[in-house]
Design a protein around this ligand. Structure first.
Ligand code: ZN
Length: 121
């Protein structure tokens, strides 16, 4: 298996520390109507995982290990985007569609949503 293409899972320098959610002040993990996000969202990490999934899904790689890694990265990107409902939903749907039918994610649409989050920050 090619180990060089998928970076080790590390937090980026800007990633909000999970411990801050337990301190005073505005929480980074904001409870929602139906659920509480499981971790602070980070657009850098979200992009990193989308990029890894993109590489795995577009460079003619094959095999089950590749599929699992791509799904894993899409899931991580989903997890890192809980603060932005549109982006979160788009990644969630892309992962589900890929798992169900092998459909390629709409990378342009996802990229546009990432761009919206970036310009809003
Ligand atoms: Zn991060």
């Amino acid at each position: 298996m090619d180990k060089t293409l998928v970076p080790k899972q590390k937090k980026c320098g800007d990633c909000p520390p999970a411990s801050r959610t337990r301190q005073a002040g505005p929480p980074l993990v904001v409870p929602r109507r139906s659920y509480t996000p499981t971790r602070p969202s980070c657009i850098e990490c979200c992009e990193k995982h989308l990029g890894a999934a993109y590489v795995l899904l577009t460079e003619a790689r094959e095999g089950y290990a590749c599929r699992l890694r791509a799904i894993g990265h899409l899931f991580e990107a989903e997890d890192e985007s809980q603060e932005w409902p549109d982006l979160h939903a788009a990644i969630h749907e892309a992962r589900r569609a890929y798992q169900a039918s092998g459909a390629m994610p709409d990378w342009a649409a996802i990229e546009a949503l990432v761009g919206q989050v970036r310009t809003a920050q």
